[in-house]
Ligand binder design. Structure first.
Ligand SMILES: Cc1cc2nc3c(=O)[nH]c(=O)nc-3n(C[C@H](O)[C@H](O)[C@H](O)COP(=O)(O)OP(=O)(O)OC[C@H]3O[C@@H](n4cnc5c(N)ncnc54)[C@H](O)[C@@H]3O)c2cc1C
Length: 499
């Protein structure tokens, strides 16, 4: 068990998420889309909670109370920091022996490699960005145009510069033009209704990418399946209408070369954290919770629960009494997606130093390969596996997974590529404390699940986590924002604005 207890001194979280008014002339694509989505959401009965600003209200939990926070990932840390700043006494417990949850940085390969979250998504709006800057954690601005698109399907490898393929006018217009996404949402919006359209993204893939070169569309499909962590035919059309769907490939993302876990650890400094502590059961009544843990009982007046959707669907921790039916059915409409990584370290670099990405079409495993060497790191290539490929690797031996990816890389990079001298294969589906990588909206979801799950239960249980951010889902900053939201529900303070 590890325990850290000190005073909080930083106050970044006290600042409003959007500290200044935005004039109409400054409206960017994100703001434009919020406007268009708001109009459509009103028409289609999708929730608009992320667009509302809530003024301070009466606390739901008495100031100064002890609040149990289950989970030392970004959601739990965000909640605990905000609660501590508001004068509450948060206690974080986590089953793992480390802070960070699905932010897990491996440092044994000579450089920090993230096996979970690696990028701060969404550009300058990402609320974790100022914290990373303040903590001086190195990052590398991602340049998605810097690399090649590789088509492995034929006897002869098809190659195109990413800047020319993903950046080609046809695709560029579809990806980068806010009007296109607005148009697509408008066109498909009539299919979306409060009970779910029952349609998948795959059904509309052709609409979105009609006319694009086949190999580009194929590589991009792989990238999308990595992004959503599921095969396109399982992803609900409603995904396009939730949160930041317009920013699928923004140019201002940051690869956290200093390690995403370091960011989580830095943010948890001065918080009271108990690791190696499993909450097995949570008995509760209004205003009181008793956690039965592997390290004894913990009493508190409220609990913030940040266990993943996969765990909550399996009633872990067991809640007594159980969540209300509204919450349970919203939870069961969500799904855990899978994104896995294969990390290969080579004795030396034989490939282009400056190239950041390979986008693969027709690969057995990886849809994207990241060159860690391009930002001064060790000779490491990381394969990203989404959709069905991520599932395939769960049942594969390390030797087979490493051998398959290495053979493809040798085909692409040349026969002088040496054998890797170290490798890591992730299997997030078998991680007992996440049961998957991150959530997605499966066909049948309505797109309003996060709003339902964010509703406090008897002013005592507050759910948070990457799936329960009313402004988007899946990413570290969604987890963070959901934690801040839970804390504000408890304390009654602060505005909730889209960020
Ligand atoms: C391979 C992969 C790549 C990713 N890439 C990115 C990326 O590039 N950028 C990005 O923004 N996001 C990315 N993500 C998603 C991101 O990691 C998550 O959205 C985020 O870290 C989730 O934070 P959280 O606090 O909601 O949950 P978690 O980080 O899972 O934290 C919850 C914690 O609760 C603990 N817990 C659960 N049940 C119990 C219990 N009963 N008792 C005690 N403790 C319990 C768990 O141990 C866990 O540590 C990626 C995820 C994966 C797996």
């Amino acid at each position: 068990m590890a325990r850290l207890a000190h005073r909080l001194t930083r106050d970044i979280d006290r600042q409003p998420l959007h500290p200044r008014e935005v004039s109409p002339l400054e409206l960017n694509r994100r703001h434009f889309l919020y406007g268009s989505v708001a109009a459509m959401a009103a028409a289609s009965s999708l929730g608009t909670a992320s667009l509302k600003s809530a003024s301070a209200s009466a606390p739901r939990v008495a100031p100064g109370a002890r609040v149990l926070v289950i989970g030392a990932g970004f959601a739990g840390i965000g909640a605990a920091r905000a609660l501590a700043l508001d004068g509450y006494t948060p206690l974080i417990v986590d089953a793992r022996d480390r802070i960070g949850g699905r932010a897990w940085s491996h440092t044994d390969l000579g450089t920090s490699v993230d096996l979970g979250a690696a990028w701060l998504h969404g550009g300058d709006d990402n609320p974790l960005k100022p914290h990373a800057q303040q903590l001086q954690i190195p990052w590398h601005p991602a340049d998605y145009g810097n690399g090649r698109r590789i088509d492995l399907r034929g006897d002869v490898i098809g190659v195109a510069e990413l800047a020319d393929s993903m950046g080609a006018p046809a695709l560029q217009a579809r990806l980068a033009d806010g009007l296109f996404w607005a148009w697509l949402r408008w066109r498909l919006g009539r299919l979306v209704n409060a009970s779910g359209s029952g349609r998948s993204l795959a059904e509309h893939w052709e609409v979105a990418f009609a006319g694009a070169p086949d190999a580009d569309a194929c590589a991009l499909r792989g990238a999308m399946e990595s992004y959503f962590a599921a095969p396109l035919d399982e992803i609900a059309l409603e995904s396009l209408f939730v949160g930041e769907g317009d920013e699928l490939l923004p140019s201002t993302e940051r690869l956290m070369t200093g390690g995403m876990q370091r960011l989580a650890e830095g943010l948890a400094t001065n918080l009271d954290v108990r690791l190696d502590t499993i909450v097995e059961r949570l008995e509760w009544s209004p205003g009181r919770v008793t956690a039965i843990t592997t390290d004894g009982e913990i009493e508190a007046e409220a609990a913030v629960i940040t266990a993943s959707v996969g765990l909550l669907q399996q009633s872990r921790p067991q809640l007594s009494p159980a969540l209300p039916d509204t919450h349970r059915s919203a939870l069961n409409r969500l799904a855990m997606g899978l994104l896995n990584k294969i990390v290969l370290r080579y004795p030396h670099r034989t490939w282009d130093d400056g190239e950041e990405y390979l986008a693969l079409c027709g690969s057995r495993l990886a849809s994207v390969v990241i060159n860690y060497g391009s930002h001064g790191g060790a000779p490491i290539l990381v394969g990203m596996l989404g959709g069905q490929r991520a599932r395939d690797v769960e049942g594969m031996s390390n030797d087979k997974a490493v051998g398959l990816l290495h053979a493809e890389l040798r085909r692409i990079l040349g026969a002088n590529l040496p054998e890797p001298d170290a490798a890591i294969v992730t299997r997030w589906g078998q991680d007992p404390w996440s049961l998957g990588s991150y959530s997605f909206l499966p066909v049948g979801a309505r797109g309003n699940e996060a709003q339902t799950l964010a509703e406090p239960v008897a002013d005592t249980l507050f759910l948070a986590g990457e799936a329960i951010d009313t402004g988007g889902y899946g990413a570290a900053h969604n987890a963070w924002r959901s934690g801040l939201r839970a804390a504000r529900q408890i304390s009654g303070g602060g505005p909730l604005l889209p960020s």
